[in-house]
Design a protein around this ligand. Sequence first.
Ligand code: SF4
Length: 436
Amino acid sequence: MWNYHPELLASAVPRYTSYPTAADFGPLDGGAIERAIAGAEGDISLYLHIPFCEKICYYCGCNTGASGKRTRVETYLAALHQELATVASLLPENARVRRIAFGGGSPNAIEPAEFLALVDALHAHFPLFAPEWSIELDPRSLTAEWGRIIADVGITRASMGVQTFAAHCQKAIGREQSLSMICRGTEWLRAGGITSLNFDLMYGLPHQSEADLEDSLEYTRKLGADRVAVFGYAHVPHLVPRQTMIPEDALPGSAARFTMAAFAHEFLTANGYDAIGFDHFALPHDPMARATREGALRRNFQGFTDDPADVLIGMGATAISGFPGLLAQNDKHNGRYRALSAQGKLSASHGIVRSPEDRLRGGVIEALLCRGEAQVSPCLLAEVQERLAPFLARSLARLDGDRLTILPGGLPYARVIASLFDSYRAVTQRKFSSAI
Ligand code: SF4
């Protein structure tokens, strides 16, 4: 049972898919990304960003455009092919690619032949060691052909953007997809060999009631999703202008959002799902649930992950790469990204060199969010003592010597507690959303 303490959720906080977060990035020295890739020994993971969708949803904060503009798609993919070749040419001989993820946007918004050409290029350029393939999919552009492609490529993990099954909420967020569309997509994916299927769901949507959320959770359970991510809709039209299409007066208030988040947690855990971090759930057989049980859950730019690799190389406009000592983001502007890539140059000129202190604080934040506990140095404890006190006083967290534990009732406050260890926050708070 979660108790609502609005005063503890008043500050906007990052999702901490990295530390420092992308909001703290600045200009990088020339050659930083090239040096990091050249030093990336051992197991590495690749992420390919496909910034196109068949139709743009009103709530979406991603860098994505309509896939109907064919010339734009083709020139972008040509640049992505060039970037693949450039990155691969820099990798040391002992690098081993173990994971490949396609995200976006919607990777299935491009033509199947274009997707297969990217897969061929990955095989041709990179040292692939039986990698685990995963893909994000828009059910609206999913077809039986994509199911066959998934089987041919050997993709075993897929994530479908479902958000809600309630037709009136779908209409209000500009994302209409019928129940039969999701059912059909699920069948194609299972037939294509997907063994770990994630549904993204949302609460806090316009006109959404608790009964609507319950229906969506019930359909998700019945359709057998192995994983479920339950995100709170973040209404930030000052940052995402397309969100002005969403009627603000139809959005649930903070207390209703909290109740919905608590309900989703109770529903899924009562129906056989393990809670993963603060907003994911997985059936016990799923690799994410296993990683959680073994204390091996991690957090990277894709969110919670069972990927143990310390190096994730992101390719495509806006894609972020993470190395132990460096975070670097490709150019967000598609035109500049394409121009640089065509010249055989990498576009990641923004990011941050992670200092030893960043790595220390990042380790505490990741441990709190992934394992619910962290060992904290006396210096850091002294720094956060005063701001941590309200969480300790309300039994949301416990301190035993230098071990800080987030208690079960503290889960909705996990991001806020983690943010106490973030030394950058005072400056850039406006860019984030509420923890619930
Ligand atoms: S399908 Fe996903 S990435 Fe594309 S516009 Fe909708 S929310 Fe954004």
